[in-house]
Design a protein around this ligand. Structure first.
Ligand SMILES: *[C@@H]1O[C@H](CO)[C@@H](O)[C@H](O)[C@H]1NC(C)=O
Ligand SMILES: *[C@@H]1O[C@H](CO)[C@@H](O)[C@H](O)[C@H]1NC(C)=O
Ligand SMILES: *[C@@H]1O[C@H](CO)[C@@H](O)[C@H](O)[C@H]1NC(C)=O
Ligand SMILES: *[C@@H]1O[C@H](CO)[C@@H](O)[C@H](O)[C@H]1NC(C)=O
Ligand SMILES: *[C@@H]1O[C@H](CO)[C@@H](O)[C@H](O)[C@H]1NC(C)=O
Ligand SMILES: *[C@@H]1O[C@H](CO)[C@@H](O)[C@H](O)[C@H]1NC(C)=O
Ligand SMILES: *[C@@H]1O[C@H](CO)[C@@H](O)[C@H](O)[C@H]1NC(C)=O
Length: 531
């Protein structure tokens, strides 16, 4: 039956017109009996009354008015005198028994039952017409607001209820919920919007709208801040890309949390515990030992969460390059020898250079170098150089020689001795030929005298020989002299002299040689004199 129109046009409930029979023959008829109208509009309440028989001859109506309440002291007060209605009511009677009260600028507080009263000049002639006209001033909902239950912090996973409340006459018919910038809204969920397990994604600003026939009212906005522990913790490495030893590197721990992360803890997998407790972890000059897997833990009052680990791979040029040789023991001439170059490098060594006596080998680019038939010419210094994209490093030098052979110094010494021997042989040969030539032109005595004369130079020779630097040389030279004497004396004296010279031939230490030589010379003289 409600007729709703836009604006402040009256909405009127038309009731069947009822005649209320009062006592003593009086009655007031209200047309209509019930009015529903919008706030701010104007309404007219009308009625007419019937008189008892004999009226107006017996009664004289002296006052008529509309009222709502009966006050304890004042009793019935005309609305025209009521300060709440001051300036808003007009009462009008016409000659055809029409009694109209006009109320302008209706307020909700004007909702009441309005009654009409008439007062006559008779003492008991006062009459109020019941039940009166029910005026209902309607409006769209007002004072719409949202409350959250439970109050206090909203933690993810808990159950939360939003309640929309509103003052409304007529009552609210529907509630609509809104979330600012929220998907899935608006939503009709009644006065209660229930989140069984609230999610962080439910964070946002909410409001509701209450609607009745008169219109809708929007509540103020409430901010729901859903708290939660860290989520999706991760570590990022800056700068990205290759990490070179010595450079500066920063690890950053990121996590979604509400309130923001309050504490960070850094970890290195299988490594010593780290001291950093900041969002960032800095390496001012990263070293190869810093390579590894890193992760962080983010914490706030609602929880903590570890990130997955991130790999830090510090690159560096070859270090600690070394050469090893196989077999490790003595090397046999003609055998095969394998040299292996090892080095610590990241990325791994991709090229090797081999050096022999500081000169690169041909084809020596692998980690292993084989010398299939090791000869004395291969004796010498070996080293390798390991390369990767970041640089190169030489190993220490390895010296490889065949065992058992004299060193070059010994070889030289032997060579010199041989040359000296040959020279002395040639010299003695020459002297022998010269002696032979002179003997053919002199007699035996002359020869013996010659021998005597010769013995002095021999002695001189011996003493000069004694001054030569090495014992080996001296011994060899003395031997040679003895051979020379032997050959000389065999040619002339046959008996005694041989044993004499044989004693001289005995190998002697250098110093004794001189004495022996003296003795030999003394023996020489008598032996030469005896014949
Ligand atoms: C409506 O809200 C106003 C202002 O907040 C307040 O003064 C008034 O009492 C409220 N009315 C009701 C019926 O709650
Ligand atoms: C790491 O370095 C960055 C940038 O230089 C700086 O902002 C940050 O405070 C440093 N962190 C620590 C823990 O020193
Ligand atoms: C993170 O890792 C550390 C070390 O492994 C461990 O002690 C800690 O309990 C972990 N934290 C969480 C939240 O799992
Ligand atoms: C070099 O390498 C050897 C063998 O791997 C190792 O024992 C040694 O500690 C390393 N030296 C350095 C300085 O890294
Ligand atoms: C190789 O060169 C280094 C320096 O360049 C030098 O000290 C070393 O004596 C050289 N070795 C040989 C066997 O030449
Ligand atoms: C390695 O040794 C070779 C030969 O001695 C030399 O030419 C080269 O420069 C060295 N490399 C490095 C990195 O020292
Ligand atoms: C070097 O010799 C070893 C043993 O004889 C052999 O296994 C290896 O393949 C050889 N390497 C090269 C590069 O010739």
């Amino acid at each position: 039956m409600a007729l709703r129109t836009a604006g402040s046009v009256l909405v009127v409930f038309l009731w069947s017109v009822a005649v209320v029979q009062g006592q003593d023959g009086w009655s007031v008829t209200y047309t209509p009996q019930s009015i529903c109208t919008l706030k701010g509009s104007t309404v007219e309440l009308s009625c007419s009354y019937t008189y008892p028989r004999g009226y107006p001859s017996r009664y004289n109506v002296i006052k008529t008015f509309w009222f709502t309440k009966v006050y304890p002291v004042e009793g019935y007060v005309s609305l025209s005198d009521d300060p709440d209605y001051k300036g808003r009511v007009t009462y009008r009677s016409d000659k055809r028994n029409g009694h109209t009260l006009k109320i302008t600028d209706l307020r909700e507080s004007d909702s009441a039952t309005y009654k009409f009263r008439l007062i006559t000049d008779q003492t008991r002639g006062r009459y109020s017409g019941y039940p009166g006209v029910t005026l209902s001033v309607t409006d769209k909902p007002k004072n719409t607001s949202v409350s959250v239950s439970p109050s206090g912090e909203i933690v993810e996973g808990s159950s939360v209820t939003l309640t929309c409340s509103s003052d409304a006459n007529p009552p609210v018919q529907s509630y609509t919920w809104y979330k600012k910038n929220g998907g899935g809204y608006p939503r009709m969920t009644g006065p209660h919007h229930v989140f069984n397990q609230i999610q962080s994604s439910d964070t946002g600003e909410y409001y509701c709208e209450a609607q009745n026939e008169m219109g809708k009212d929007r509540s103020t906005t409430i901010n729901m801040d859903v708290k939660y522990g860290p989520k999706i913790t991760s570590v990022s490495v800056s700068p990205s890309g290759e990490i070179v030893e010595g450079s500066s590197v920063t690890l950053t721990c990121s996590s979604d949390a509400n309130p923001p992360v309050e504490k960070y803890t850094w970890y290195k997998k299988n490594g010593a515990s780290l001291t950093g407790s900041e969002k960032t972890y800095n390496f001012t000059a990263i070293s190869s030992e810093d390579s590894g897997e890193y992760y962080c833990e983010a914490e706030n009052k609602y929880g903590r969460l570890n990130s997955s680990s991130v790999s830090v791979d510090v690159q560096y040029g070859p270090k600690n390059t070394s050469v090893s040789v196989s077999p490790s023991g003595e090397i046999v001439e003609g055998s095969s020898v394998t040299l292996t170059c090892s080095s610590d490098a990241n990325p791994p060594v991709d090229k090797y250079t081999w050096y022999f006596q500081n000169k690169t080998f041909q084809n020596g680019f692998g980690q292993i170098y084989n010398i299939s038939n090791f000869k004395s010419k291969d004796n010498g210094h070996y080293h390798c150089e390991a390369w990767n994209g970041r640089g190169s490093r030489n190993s220490t030098v390895l010296m490889i020689t065949l065992p058992g052979k004299q060193t070059s110094v010994m070889t030289a010494a032997v060579g010199i001795i041989v040359v000296v021997l040959v020279l002395i042989l040639c010299l003695s040969g020459f002297m022998w030929f010269r002696k032979k030539a002179s003997k053919s032109t002199s007699d035996t005595r002359d020869t013996s005298e010659n021998v005597q004369g010769d013995s002095s130079p021999v002695y001189d020779n011996i003493s000069s020989m004694a001054m030569t630097p090495t014992a080996t040389q001296t011994a060899a030279t003395v031997d040679q002299d003895d051979v020379h004497y032997a050959s000389v004396h065999f040619s002339r004296s046959k008996n005694q002299e041989v044993p004499l010279y044989s004693t001289v031939q005995l190998p002697q230490p250098q110093k004794q040689d001189e004495d022996v030589q003296y003795a030999a010379v003394k023996f020489n003289r008598p032996s030469a004199a005896t014949p």
